[in-house]
Design a binder for this molecule. Structure first.
Ligand SMILES: C[S@@+](CC[C@H](N)C(=O)[O-])C[C@H]1O[C@@H](n2cnc3c(N)ncnc32)[C@H](O)[C@@H]1O
Length: 259
């Protein structure tokens, strides 16, 4: 059970905007941490699963389409990373999620813009779909702008956090995954700490930031996602209950909680 937040809790703001436009409008050196789970187009163009694409009616157009992809050409992706670097304060961290396909095609670009420190494997505990081995993992590239130590030294590079089954939003990630990223970077001395996710989706990173005592700013290009995320945040702030993930996604027997 989550404690009911007090009025002094930090806030969370999500706007409907393209990630590049949103980041471009933020002042330089203004956020403390970026945690993000972009909608890569490469994976979906290359991996056909059964008769459909990765998520449901992925090929549908207009209203039936789950959500837009970010056109992750090398140029766009580099521009995205450059904007992330510009808005991060000096000596801060960034965590970027990758599936196996985009990991091979795009992750090396991160090294051209940031100081890449490590790759964390997210072990989703339960099997997902997939040809050529069923998918049970995704990857998180951990990098910095300048020098910054982790908040603690005992965190492993494999995080066993259960993937969500029948989530409210396609590709919705467990809040604990983002909590783990935030708790890895934010120290007790960071009394005012702003977390940014420019591909916010249903707002899982926003709930994680609130739980970790941080401010949140983010965007999503989809009006549906923004409406869902805002309602989720308002509900959480009013009641302490996360309506989109009512059960914990971690099991203390599999993963020591460090967040
Ligand atoms: C993988 S989902 C994020 C899911 C999120 N982590 C959650 O737990 O709900 C990626 C999101 O990126 C959004 N998106 C796609 N293209 C975008 C763009 N150009 N700018 C901002 N958001 C975009 C999609 O609408 C989608 O909600």
């Amino acid at each position: 059970m989550v404690a009911v937040p007090t009025p002094s809790l930090p806030g969370a703001r999500i706007v409907q905007q393209d990630a590049l436009a949103f980041l471009g409008a933020l002042p330089p050196d203004s956020v403390d941490l970026i945690v993000t789970d972009p909608a890569y187009s490469g994976m979906n163009q290359h991996l056909m699963l059964g008769r459909g694409r990765i998520v449901g009616t992925y090929q549908a157009k207009g209203e039936d389409r789950w959500f837009d992809e970010f056109h992750d050409t090398p140029e766009n992706y580099r521009q995205f990373l450059a904007e992330c670097r510009r808005v991060l304060k000096p000596d801060r961290h960034i965590f970027i999620m990758f599936d196996s396909f985009s990991m091979l095609s795009l992750a090396s670009t991160v090294r051209a813009v940031f100081e890449v420190k490590n790759i964390v494997t997210w072990d989703k505990v339960h099997l997902g779909m997939g040809h050529h081995f069923r998918r049970q993992s995704e990857f998180i590239v951990f990098a910095s702008k300048g020098r910054r130590a982790l908040a603690r030294r005992d965190i492993p590079d494999i995080w066993r956090i259960k993937r969500l089954h029948r989530a409210h939003y396609p590709t919705q990630k467990p809040v604990e995954l983002f909590e783990a990223m935030i708790a890895s970077s934010k120290t007790a001395a960071d009394t005012r700490f702003t977390v940014c996710d420019p591909f916010a989706g249903s707002g899982s990173a926003a709930i994680a930031a609130l739980r970790q005592g941080a401010e949140f700013i983010g965007c999503d290009v989809s009006a549906k996602a923004v409406a869902l995320a805002r309602a989720r945040i308002d509900g959480y702030l009013a009641s302490g209950v996360d309506a989109l993930q009512r059960k914990p996604a971690y099991d203390a027997r599999l993963q020591k909680k460090f967040w």
